[in-house]
Design a binder for this molecule. Structure first.
Ligand code: FES
Length: 111
């Protein structure tokens, strides 16, 4: 029997490599999982649609913690990249992903 596939609205990646770790990325990862669980945004919760994965270096080491999100919106792949992420910002990104609304502009860089 194949594994259960959870349909999601997007996938957040949070860097856990050394520079981001030194800026609190490990604690942020735990706090964000707790918040996703509490707010029922996590993909494994009933009605939840957001994935979160610890990642390796995302290439902006002097600006961490670095968070990125990939999601499909209006039939297009959209990506959002964030520097100096903290819990309020990461939760805003997660909520926008879940609600399929515009991603926040605060600390966003790249495309
Ligand atoms: S260590 Fe996080 S982006 Fe490189």
């Amino acid at each position: 029997m194949p594994p259960v596939h959870f349909r999601t609205h997007g996938h957040l990646l949070l860097c856990q490599h050394v520079n981001c770790e030194a800026r609190g990325a490990r604690l942020l990862y735990s706090a964000l999982w707790n918040a996703l669980d509490r707010e029922r945004l996590a993909y494994f919760k009933s009605g939840g649609t957001v994935r979160l994965t610890a990642s390796g270096c995302l290439g902006a080491c002097s600006f961490g913690p670095v968070l990125c999100v990939y999601r499909e919106r209006a039939g297009q792949l959209e990506e959002g990249w964030y520097a100096a992420a903290d819990l309020p910002l990461a939760l805003q990104v997660a909520r926008a992903t879940h609600e399929q609304t515009a991603l926040p502009d605060d600390r966003k860089y790249g495309p």
